[in-house]
Write a protein that binds this ligand. Structure first.
Ligand SMILES: [Zn+2]
Length: 378
């Protein structure tokens, strides 16, 4: 390997407890899989490895750009296979081998690539989804066109029940916005995704014996946010602007969520913001969380900006910025964030979220976050 590999970058795969780097025991690859993904632009091949604990990894490419290597430090390859045939549009073959306590993934690329176009990132364990530490590698299929189409068997979105609430699809309202906001947002395409809708009510809270639904709160935040963004000259694409399913009634989670990603991907949005309200069995839990998937450095930046803006202007406890592989974050082609704006199962918060003023003030904070994000990357 030494003869042609040039180390171009090193990645710190996880910054968990220092004990995860203890010399005592190697990490192990517990699962290795790959998928051809046509939902990105360009399409890509995703290689994912489950790991028994956090690791260091380094990635390198040779001068020709045709041999890509990832070194998983102090990692053994467990029971996974050592050879893989993958999507030949991007990869001739891949081999996994173990040497001196490290595991090497060597990928023979069918076309020369630049190291910056290959994404290598880590995902932390997710207790809720029962997912371990993961290392993910996305290799673009050069020269291919995005071909993802909605499955033909789908009920068309138009078969969704007509909106119950005509008020929620009201025409937009003008807001006074600052010069700075206008210069940051003018011409930007922003996709807003009010979580759930239609047959999917989302999380349920109770106020005085009455049920309140996450789907109504997310929309009540998204609509004024849309209007603020439009007032600043942004182009806003909504996954829904009324109480309806995006894919169709009673759809499984994946097509419903993919339909939301499709809206953003087809619009070539510059940013995607999914708005949700959290829930938990324990009613005392509350707080906002900004979730992102590190598809690029901008996902984290967007999440940080949105998180900071909500902390600056809202009196909702802070649960931080967290990395996760939520479907809509993973399957959108642009920087995206999923904002959980408090817990519907906390009765104080549920009252606030369903009040007249709160959705607008939450929208204002999300608006500020988007202004700061676009100002930062301009
Ligand atoms: Zn939700």
């Amino acid at each position: 390997m030494e003869k042609f590999y040039k180390l171009l970058f090193a990645l710190l795969i996880s910054l968990l407890l220092p004990s995860s780097f203890s010399m005592a025991e190697n990490a192990e690859i517990t699962s290795f899989r790959w998928t051809a993904r046509n939902d990105g632009d360009p399409p890509f091949v995703r290689i994912a490895m489950d790991l028994s604990k956090a690791i260091h990894a380094e990635a390198a490419i040779d001068n020709e750009g045709k041999n890509f290597e990832v070194i998983l430090k102090k990692t053994s390859m467990g029971k996974i296979a050592s050879q893989y045939d993958m999507d030949p549009r991007a990869i001739d073959f891949a081999t996994v081998s173990e040497r001196d306590g490290d595991t090497y993934l060597d990928v023979a690329l069918s076309k020369a690539q630049k190291i910056d176009d290959i994404r290598v990132f880590a995902l932390r364990p997710d207790a809720k989804l029962k997912k371990p530490h993961r290392l993910v590698i996305d290799i673009p299929v050069l020269g291919a066109k995005q071909t993802y189409k909605k499955p033909a068997a789908s009920p068309a979105p138009t078969t969704a029940k007509p909106s119950k609430s005509s008020q929620s699809s009201r025409s937009s309202q003008k807001y006074n916005v600052s010069k700075d906001a206008k210069s940051a947002l003018k011409g930007k395409i922003i996709c807003l995704d009010p979580g759930h809708g239609g047959t999917d009510v989302g999380a349920i809270g109770h106020i005085g014996g009455k049920d309140v639904y996450e789907k109504d709160i997310t929309l009540s935040i998204a609509l004024p946010l849309r209007d603020m963004l439009q007032s600043a000259g942004a182009k806003v694409v909504m996954t829904r602007s009324a109480d309806k399913d995006v894919y169709g009634p009673w759809a499984n989670a994946t097509p419903e969520l993919q339909a939301r990603c499709d809206v953003a991907n087809e619009a070539h949005a510059d940013a995607f913001v999914s708005i949700h309200i959290d829930s938990f069995a324990n009613g005392s839990i509350d707080g906002t969380t900004a979730y992102y998937t590190a598809k690029s450095s901008r996902d984290l930046l967007l999440a940080q900006m949105m998180h900071q803006a909500t902390q600056d202007s809202l009196a909702i406890p802070d649960r931080g910025v967290k990395s996760n592989d939520f479907y809509v974050n993973e399957h959108t082609a642009m920087p995206s964030v999923l904002m959980e704006m408090g817990f519907i199962t906390n009765s104080h918060r549920a009252k606030m979220l369903t009040s007249k003023w709160a959705p607008k003030s939450i929208a204002q904070s999300l608006f500020n976050g988007l202004v700061n994000y676009f100002a930062a990357i301009s």
